[in-house]
Design a protein around this ligand. Structure first.
Ligand code: HEC
Length: 316
């Protein structure tokens, strides 16, 4: 009686702590700061619920199995009693031990003689046991898996191979990086903008220029409706800050629109830097460059692009 009381208490305690654990899973998922998107958080929550349900189903399944076993034992007992035989429930093998027997196919120590070979190495004998079935099953599973793998990866191309997977991951990282950079670029303004001729800036600047500005400023910056960018004369100033300001706010009354609602700050920085790379170049294709307009820009510090390339020392 006392024993069964303790057992019941234990069961209750285990149940309570288990339920607390289950309830805590979604809290973990929510409190972790790691998920970068809502989708990820949702995925974690859904997965934890699936896990909870799976565990509950497993528990219920085990419980049902134990009930079935009890019913079967009871049935056997009734039959044995009816036939007037002795019935000892402790001699009945449990489902688990039956399963283990099937999985290992081990010969009990008492029956070892039946598989003993006549090999005798200084008194050490050899047993002729079967390969354990669990091991063979594992082997068959690997064969089945290899077929699935072959079909999925090489025949139907349903899943990405290592190299492709690498490219996908790198592409994801690039997109995430770009998003971060765009966010970082959002606090660039005409006061803190800095010139850069890094390949990324130039490539992005060129892409924007070719898309948005080419119609009025010509492909090589020679000027069309808008002024020429290849000379060092500027109507609104030739420093990176001036150019950024012109691009951002535009000169609406003269036909140069404001770009701040169409381009992000970092895009405006990139295209401004790209424009500065036209200074000093000679356009090769029509239309012919427009005449210089505005005032010559003389940089205050020599780090600007308009800096003349250093003269090569004459060869002797
Ligand atoms: C619809 C035609 C048009 C488009 C498109 C256009 N511009 Fe202009 N842009 C002009 C005109 C016209 C001026 C001259 C304004 C003035 O004289 O004050 C100008 C002037 C400028 C200037 C000042 C030049 C100076 O001498 O100070 C810059 C810089 C400039 N544009 C950059 C850009 C950039 C960058 C783009 C693309 C994102 C762009 N423009 C797109 C028409 C255009």
């Amino acid at each position: 009686m006392l024993f069964s009381n303790i057992k019941a208490k234990w069961k209750r305690r285990a149940l309570v702590s288990f339920l607390t654990f289950l309830l805590a899973i979604p809290t973990f998922a929510q409190s972790s700061e790691v998920p970068s998107s809502n989708l990820e958080t949702m995925l974690i929550v859904v997965l934890s619920f699936v896990l909870i349900v799976a565990i509950l189903i497993l528990i219920i399944g085990l419980y049902l199995v134990s009930i079935i076993r009890m019913i079967l034992l009871e049935d056997k007992k009734q039959k044995a009693l009816a036939a007037g035989e002795e019935f000892d429930p402790s001699k009945e093998k449990s489902l688990w031990s039956k399963m283990m027997n099937k999985a290992t196919d081990a010969v009990p120590v008492e029956e070892e003689e039946s598989v003993m070979l006549d090999h005798d190495y200084d008194g050490i004998h050899e047993l002729d046991n079967h390969l354990p079935p669990w091991w063979k099953w594992l082997f068959y599973v690997t064969i089945i898996w290899s077929i699935i793998y072959l079909l999925a990866y090489h025949v139907f191309d349903a899943l990405p191979l290592m190299e492709e997977e690498y490219t996908i991951v790198m592409e994801d990282a690039r997109i995430a990086h770009e998003a971060r950079m765009a966010l970082a670029g959002n606090n660039i303004d005409e006061n803190n903008v800095e010139f850069s001729d890094s390949p990324e800036v130039m490539a992005n600047g060129k892409a924007i220029y070719d898309r948005e500005c080419v119609a009025c400023h010509a492909p090589e910056g020679q000027g069309l409706i808008g002024p020429n960018f290849t000379d060092n004369y500027w109507v609104h100033g030739g420093s990176i800050n001036d150019i950024f300001r012109t691009v951002k706010y535009g000169v609406p009354q003269k036909g140069m629109i404001s770009w701040q609602s169409k381009l992000t700050p970092s895009d405006m920085r990139d295209v401004s830097c790209y424009i500065m790379s036209f200074v000093g170049t000679t356009p090769q294709n029509p239309p012919p460059p427009k005449a210089a307009e505005g005032e010559e820009y003389i940089p205050e510090d020599q780090n600007q692009t308009s800096e003349e390339p250093a003269e090569q020392p004459a060869e002797i």
